[in-house]
Design a protein around this ligand. Structure first.
Ligand SMILES: Cc1cc2nc3c(=O)[nH]c(=O)nc-3n(C[C@H](O)[C@H](O)[C@H](O)COP(=O)(O)OP(=O)(O)OC[C@H]3O[C@@H](n4cnc5c(N)ncnc54)[C@H](O)[C@@H]3O)c2cc1C
Length: 385
């Protein structure tokens, strides 16, 4: 492991890797990633890897669209197939307030060149006959939304980082960050010390702990979220089906179905001992109950596996992306609250711009940590869960 670096990145998930790669692309020579376990050990390796442009805040839509431009063209841009599978998110709306909200969201999305639209119940029935439309008022759809294979994304970034000269240290835990006179001087790890003036906190569910190392109390709290996967069945649904808390999609060409649901009873933790939470029978019952209501055809499909990961929740369910005036050289890309995978490409690019050029091609000043202190939260209305 190097003992001197221009930038040390804490965390080898999508955000750590995308930031490292973009820094190297911009000519930063000496970038080091320290990953507690293996690449993808955190939420990135446990997520649904859904990608979408259907959000509600103009800034989130802008970020999601810019990231989707990378997702959809990843092979042309970088030469790696990440199994981007568009098919749209079919977002079922049951409530008049939600319908009004999503009408507004679609207007904002369309004004930003996202091609989303509303489907009437008869259209849902006709296009997606396996969806139970009882109680449904309408649904949103954006054909460019879909999913990718998160492991292929991680593999691509690992390879691209290595080719670009980034040092990736797995099984290396950052234990502290040393400062002197308001400046970072080094990072302490269980494998030794690395001299540096710049650190990026990409520690996902452990971001708060890495904030405390420099005296910041980041409001990033881990919350358990689980998923299941079924046996493969004949391909029959092309899109992500969503009710809000519940979602399901079928992977192609394999045919297994992935599903999840957000459970409000899951607590937000101040800290967790391990980044590997247990999966539960409670979740299994809840997710399958909704599954057979929304798509009765799933009644006889067998579940083969289940796992859990942490969402990294903030009070407004939005990311902390940027630096802090209190400590020059300390940057964060964390707190993505359940939609962070898809924003990885653009967040890495913008953070690299900020670190190298001190300005960004999309204004991310509102994503700062200071918004929680100022009370200027920016709740995103298009959150799943
Ligand atoms: C079940 C589930 C489903 C999801 N579905 C989606 C989805 O469909 N679409 C979407 O966009 N997002 C989704 N998400 C959210 C998404 O997975 C996360 O927002 C995103 O992966 C966060 O990436 P990251 O790189 O910030 O963090 P992580 O992937 O969690 O990586 C952080 C890394 O930091 C390491 N680390 C922590 N502390 C230290 C330390 N002190 N020293 C060294 N290393 C350290 C950890 O080991 C970990 O590997 C989902 C999440 C879950 C749990």
């Amino acid at each position: 492991m190097k003992n001197k670096a221009d930038v040390v990145i804490v965390g080898g998930g999508i955000h750590g890797q995308a930031t490292a790669f973009n820094l190297a692309q911009k000519g930063v020579k000496n970038v080091v990633i320290c990953e507690h376990k293996y690449i993808g050990y955190g939420a990135t390796g446990r997520c649904a890897a859904g990608v979408r442009e259907q959000f509600g805040l103009p800034l989130t839509i802008q970020l999601a669209k810019a990231s989707m431009d990378v997702t959809a063209n990843f092979k042309e841009l970088y030469g790696y197939d990440i199994e981007y599978t568009p098919g749209g998110y079919l977002w079922l709306l049951y409530d008049h307030r939600d319908l009004e909200l999503w009408r507004r969201n679609i207007q904002i999305q369309n004004s930003l060149d996202v091609k989303s639209f509303l489907l009437r119940v008869e259209e849902i029935r006709e296009r997606y006959p396996y969806v139970n439309v009882n109680g449904v008022l309408a649904a949103t759809m954006n054909p460019r939304d879909g999913y990718v294979n998160p492991f292929k994304v991680l593999y691509a970034y690992t390879e691209m980082c290595r080719h670009a000269g980034v040092e990736i240290n797995t099984y290396t835990t950052v234990t502290d960050i040393k400062t002197k006179g308001g400046k970072i001087i080094s990072v302490l790890t269980d494998k030794g010390e690395i001299e540096t003036n710049t650190v990026v906190n990409c520690a996902g569910g452990f971001a708060r702990r890495v904030g405390k190392m420099v005296g910041l109390d980041l409001p990033v709290k881990p919350q358990r979220h689980e998923m299941i996967v079924t046996e493969p069945v004949e391909l029959f649904f092309p899109c992500m089906v969503i009710t809000g808390p519940w979602y399901a999609f079928q992977t192609k060409p394999h045919g297994s179905i992935l599903m999840g649901i957000s459970l409000p009873e899951e607590p937000l933790f101040d800290d967790v001992d391990s980044l590997q939470p247990q999966s539960t029978w409670h979740f299994l019952e809840k997710v399958l109950k909704v599954a057979v209501e929304i798509m009765p055809v799933l009644r006889n499909v067998a579940v083969i596996r289940q796992w859990a990961g942490w969402y990294e929740m903030t009070p407004d369910a939005q990311q902390i992306l940027g630096g802090v005036p209190e400590l020059p050289g300390y940057y964060m890309s964390c707190g993505y609250s359940g939609h962070g995978f898809q924003l990885g490409h653009i967040a890495g690019k913008l953070l690299a711009e900020l670190i190298v050029d001190s300005e960004t091609s999309i204004d991310i000043s509102k994503c700062d940590y200071g918004r929680f202190v100022r009370g200027e939260l920016m709740p995103e209305p298009g959150v799943i869960g």
